[in-house]
Design a protein around this ligand. Structure first.
Ligand code: SF4
Length: 136
């Protein structure tokens, strides 16, 4: 008995099934948010963070050109009181990663942030990856 061969090539409207894959299967852009220091934000407009992102420099060097900066916000002041609520709002937008701004991590010109561990834990509890730093 001869088995009938069933073709695996399917066509829809003259195109292969592969051609009809939904756009969602295209490369998804990496969505990035930055949390920065409220105290430093009084004197810093954030140009260094955006420059580093736009040029894919410093702590943004591993992202491709499709990556998007979807949020940029301050911690709300010591002790980082806005972080929990803003991450909750941010989750709807499916962030892949949160950067802690370089100003939160540095010591010297600005005082060292005394609440870093708590802020990191809040981000981890939200299930979002953390990257330490932006432009320095
Ligand atoms: S909690 Fe840290 S990052 Fe936020 S204002 Fe205070 S020192 Fe700055």
């Amino acid at each position: 008995m001869v088995e009938e061969k069933v073709s695996e090539d399917k066509t829809v409207g003259g195109k292969t099934v592969e051609d009809k894959k939904p756009a969602a299967e295209a490369v998804k852009p990496t969505k990035i948010a930055v949390i920065r220091c409220e105290i430093v934000s009084e004197a810093c407009p954030g140009v260094g963070c955006f420059k580093a992102f736009n040029e894919r420099g410093a702590h943004f060097e591993n992202y491709d050109e499709n990556a998007e900066m979807i949020a940029f916000f301050t911690c709300g002041g010591c002790s980082g009181r806005r972080v929990f609520r803003l991450l909750k709002a941010l989750k709807k937008h499916e962030p892949d990663v949160v950067h802690l701004s370089s100003c939160m991590l540095m010591e010297g010109f600005y005082p060292k942030c005394p609440n870093l561990d708590t802020i990191r834990k809040t981000i981890q509890n939200a299930g979002i990856e953390i990257v330490e730093g932006t432009h320095h």
